[in-house]
Design a protein around this ligand. Structure first.
Ligand code: NAD
Ligand code: UDP
Length: 318
């Protein structure tokens, strides 16, 4: 007999997933972490393995999974451009077959299911900041399409399972999030700049650095995810979660340099294809519905993230 809430986290040994597993355990849940270790590592959840309420399963979500759970957080999908463009067909399969398999599981066991969607569904937006009812401007045949269109189609599937089968769904559009346990080589801007600065290598700004992003610290995001999952059944989302403080990429490079010190120079490299010009979440809905507001300022979150990467460096991991 099960008294505890059983929660499945796909992509649970990745950056966000590992923090989510930790929080769910702290709140008294049983957690089953499913991952194929494409970008996630056992190391990210090593500290949870001795917890009797935690289970780690190697599994690829593009194949069906038969387990008994009460809630599902579907995070499995590479999130950085380098990783999702490495095998774009597999990325699309992960988003779409993964969503179908997890929705099928949710339907069979009547579980509530959360989808980690993304601000990339807005593409290169003409509206700023982006509210949830903005339909987006995505290039369906570009280099980012495997990720953007995969995530858009996953949202479609979630809403069709909701309308057609009455599933309890929560769709969350996550904006750029950073923190410890980001993959040091995944090419995302925060980890790239910190690792470059720590190693005294050039800081690679793509384009002229005037494009903007809004960076949310991982603890704030995980808090928002759990609150969204706890909303009444009739609330489906989509809901934006992210930090509305907006920075140019050049400002981020300067902030990281100031914090780390050292001798790195900023160098300018070509802008990748379809790189969005600007991005900033409108979080009115999150404020109103779940009373959520990010609390960690970029300057403070960067200090914690730099500490993490310096730790990896002093242990010779990077
Ligand atoms: P991540 O790459 O660290 O985590 C993704 C995890 O999914 C990894 O552990 C990876 O091994 C696993 N995975 C990939 N394909 C899989 C498959 N076929 N089967 C099972 N596991 C698989 O990235 P993250 O930043 O932690 O992102 C987690 C989720 O949040 C992703 O769905 C991502 O699209 C979404 N998201 C993240 C951000 C962000 O800024 N971090 C922004 C928007 C959306
Ligand atoms: N970027 C950069 N230098 C890097 C890595 C990224 O200037 O070494 C830029 C990238 O072109 C984009 C922004 O930083 O404009 C955010 O990139 P990231 O890959 O982190 O996320 P996304 O583009 O998916 O928001």
């Amino acid at each position: 007999m099960h008294l505890k809430n059983r929660v499945l986290v796909t992509g649970g040994s990745g950056f966000l997933g590992s923090f989510l597993c930790e929080r769910l355990l702290d709140e008294g849940n049983e957690v089953m972490c499913v991952d194929n270790f494409f970008t996630g590592t056992r190391g990210n959840v090593a500290h949870l393995l001795s917890n009797p309420d935690f289970e780690l399963l190697r599994h690829d979500v593009t194949f069906p999974l038969y387990v008994e759970v009460d809630e599902i957080y579907n995070l499995a999908c590479p999130a950085s451009p380098i990783h999702y463009q490495h095998d774009p067909v597999q990325t699309t399969k992960t988003s779409i077959h993964g969503a179908i398999n997890m929705l099928g599981l949710a339907k069979r066991v009547k579980a509530k299911i959360f989808q980690a969607s993304t601000s990339e569904v807005y593409g290169d937006p003409e509206i700023h900041p982006q509210p949830e009812d903005y339909l987006g401007r995505v290039n369906p045949i570009g280099e980012r399409a495997c990720y953007d269109e995969g995530k858009r189609c996953a949202e479609t599937l979630f809403f069709d399972y909701y309308r057609q089968h009455g599933l309890r769904i929560k769709v969350c559009r996550i904006f750029n999030t950073y923190g410890p346990r980001m993959h040091p080589n995944d090419g995302r801007v925060v980890s790239n700049f910190i690792v470059q600065a720590l190693k005294g290598k050039p800081i690679t700004v793509y384009g002229d650095g005037s494009q903007t992003r809004s960076f949310c610290y991982v603890d704030d995001l995980v808090d928002g995810m759990i609150r969204l999952m706890g909303t009444p059944d009739e609330f489906t989302g989509p809901m934006n979660l992210g930090n509305p403080d907006e920075f140019t990429i050049l400002e981020l490079a300067e902030n990281v340099l100031k914090l780390v010190g050292g001798s790195s120079q900023i160098v300018f490299k070509p802008l990748p294809g379809d790189d969005p010009r600007q991005r900033k979440p409108d979080i009115t809905l999150a404020r109103k519905t779940i009373g959520w507001e990010p609390t960690v300022r970029l300057a403070d979150g960067l200090v914690r993230t730099v500490d993490y990467f310096s730790g990896l460096m002093s242990r010779g991991v990077i």
